[in-house]
Ligand binder design. Structure first.
Ligand code: C5P
Length: 222
């Protein structure tokens, strides 16, 4: 059996990272969360008081920024200049603004370059918005995960409640719609299904069912 590269793309809150992590674990592959990288830069820019609309400032900031994904017992941590910001990058503040960071051409080019360098050996599951179309166009398996806005918002809502966070279902729907709209309509590598990607609609599936479905596709490809 050979080691593959697996690209998982799709809209916000479709369960990509949860599924990608599990698929990676089952195959003993490396999981690479590209969204966390855009989130880390967004967090740093907010802290530094840099406008997310200022492409020049943002790419300048990125060029001076170290972003590492480290494997931990629990999964993966995102390190920003050596500091663990795994919790910070998941705040509402970052979630609702990260798409503005991710619009800029020069920011994306630098991120894509970093992401490709992370694929040193094969045996990788990478998730994001432009992995199958742009970062890894030659990926062996390309999955495009979709689910209705209602379903995605509801899952996030339950997750928030379980964590004891305040959560408003209607607001979540609006935020997910907003983020998808920005990600899908931006000029540079927008969120779009790659021609050769297999679409997996997770609306009525459990996480484990999605994982099994993807593993079946991977087995057929091997
Ligand atoms: O996957 P996640 O929700 O963490 O991604 C956060 C944001 O980062 C996305 O909404 C998108 O704006 C951006 N992103 C991107 N390209 C990727 C991964 C994430 O533009 N490959």
């Amino acid at each position: 059996t050979k080691n593959l590269t697996i690209a998982i793309d799709g809209p916000a809150a479709a369960g990509k990272s949860t599924v990608a992590k599990k698929v990676a674990r089952r195959l003993s592959y490396t999981y690479i969360d590209t969204g966390a990288m855009y989130r880390a830069l967004t967090w740093k820019a907010i802290q530094a008081g840099i406008s997310l609309n200022d492409e020049k400032e943002l790419s300048g900031l990125l060029s001076k920024t170290k972003i590492d994904l480290v494997q931990t017992k629990e999964g993966q941590s995102i390190m920003l200049d050596g500091k663990d910001v795994s919790l910070e990058v998941r705040t509402q503040e970052v979630t609702n603004q990260v798409s503005f960071t991710a619009k800029h051409k020069t920011v994306r080019e630098a991120m894509v370059e970093r992401q490709r360098q992370l694929v040193k050996t094969r045996g990788v599951v990478m998730d994001g918005r432009d992995i199958g179309t742009h970062v890894l166009p030659d990926a062996d398996v390309k999955i495009f995960m979709v689910a209705s806005v209602e379903e995605r918002a509801e899952r996030r809502h339950i997750e928030n409640q379980e964590k004891g966070f305040a959560s408003d279902l209607e607001q979540l729907k609006e935020e997910i719609r907003q983020r998808d709209a920005i990600d899908s309509t931006r000029e540079y590598s927008p969120l779009v299904k790659a021609e050769d990607a297999i679409e997996v609609d997770t609306t009525s599936l459990s996480i484990d069912e999605v994982v099994e479905r993807i593993l079946t596709i991977v087995e057929k490809t091997k």
